[in-house]
Design a protein around this ligand. Structure first.
Ligand SMILES: Nc1ncnc2c1ncn2[C@@H]1O[C@H](COP(=O)(O)OP(=O)(O)O)[C@@H](O)[C@H]1O
Ligand SMILES: O=P(O)(O)OC[C@H]1O[C@](O)(COP(=O)(O)O)[C@@H](O)[C@@H]1O
Length: 321
């Protein structure tokens, strides 16, 4: 069996998803459906990785005042729970799904404040699990108090132990993390635009920015493009994947599902187009589910048949998309 995937979640979240029939800004909105899911990027990645058959270890921090649901769900999913409780509450992130427009609005809180002691304890736990870890995923926003190089430090520790590393972050955490040369990075379009310092209006621009990013440190760049699928750029070549037109319920957790399938594929030595196909399948499969409900392994297998992957020809990228 492949070694475990360990994920770091410094800023977990209770995801509260409300569905409305037409969002009225500045008006009163009546909720048609509501659900609450334990969320946060690394926790979602660990849960999907476990469903795909990997051993998964969840590292990170959790507010002690509302930690119960997180512990219960991780235990139920069979994810090893190494979360460290800190004073205060884990944040609640509000997701508003407008059934009429199909648009989803996310309002993410900043989270509890962390101290150097919390981060030191997390580093110790990370060091304890590295020898049975095949891949480390560092992902999500940093809570107040966590320095921007936190992920870069985790990546360096893991790399020194021969562990694969995957980064999914934004802003300074992404910029600093890239310098530590993770094996793969998964920006979405907005994160890639931020890293590139320019808007990326078409697929050719996305491809060029991803290729540029590759020279700045990471081994692979997987750019997720929502309904437009994704582009995977590696030193061996580049591939574009497109997704079928299926009914979408909530895209929250889609990127995390994609990262889980990416890591699963890397740990099983799959080839890049095969990994892209399954990563896209995991993203779409989760997007067809409400709230932060995450895809199952069966749904990923099924959806993978509907994904199209073809090599990117640099000189033609963007012409036919
Ligand atoms: N509207 C959508 N239709 C179909 N697939 C989607 C949609 N939104 C997301 N996905 C799937 O989820 C993946 C990740 O979505 P994206 O929004 O790019 O990432 P993130 O959640 O990290 O911002 C996409 O590459 C795709 O596979
Ligand atoms: O740490 P951030 O960037 O605020 O994001 C946290 C949010 O992202 C999620 O992990 C979902 O992420 P994706 O939609 O990118 O997969 C939610 O569960 C959570 O509310």
């Amino acid at each position: 069996m492949a070694k475990a995937v360990a994920t770091v979640t410094l800023n977990p979240a209770l995801d509260r998803t409300v569905e409305v029939e037409g969002l009225r800004l500045g008006g009163t909105n009546r909720v048609a459906a509501v659900r609450v899911d334990p969320g946060g990027k690394g926790l979602n990645v660990a849960r999907v990785a476990r469903r795909l058959g990997l051993e998964a270890i969840a590292l990170g921090l959790l507010g002690e005042e509302n930690s119960h649901l997180f512990h219960r769900v991780l235990a139920w999913e069979g994810v090893e729970d190494r979360l460290i409780e800190v004073p205060g509450e884990t944040r609640t992130n509000l997701k508003i799904v407008d059934r009429l427009s199909g648009l989803e609005t996310e309002i993410n809180e900043v989270g509890f404040t962390v101290t150097p002691e919390h981060l030191e304890r997390l580093r110790e736990v990370l060091e304890q699990v590295l020898d049975r870890t095949g891949a480390l995923v560092v992902t999500g926003s940093l809570p107040p108090g966590a320095p921007a190089d936190t992920y870069a430090r985790h990546i360096r520790l893991a790399r020194a132990a021969g562990v694969l590393t995957v980064l999914d972050a934004s802003g300074d955490a992404l910029r600093q993390g890239l310098r530590a040369a993770p094996d793969a990075v998964k920006p979405n379009r907005a994160e890639l635009e931020e890293a590139a310092g320019r808007p990326l209006s078409d697929l050719g621009a996305v491809y060029r920015a991803a290729s540029d990013l590759l020279t700045s440190g990471p081994g692979w760049v997987l750019v997720s493009l929502g309904a437009e699928g994704a582009v995977l750029v590696t030193p061996e070549g580049a591939w574009r994947g497109t997704v079928p037109d299926v009914p979408i319920r909530s895209t929250v957790g889609a990127g995390d599902s994609m990262v889980a399938a990416l890591v699963h594929g890397l740990l099983h030595g799959m080839d890049p187009p095969g990994i892209l196909r399954r990563a896209l399948a995991a993203g779409v499969a989760t997007a067809t589910l409400p709230g932060t409900e995450l895809c199952t392994a069966e749904a990923v297998d099924e959806m993978a048949r509907a994904i199209t992957v073809h090599p990117c020809e640099p000189e033609r990228v963007g012409e036919d998309d």
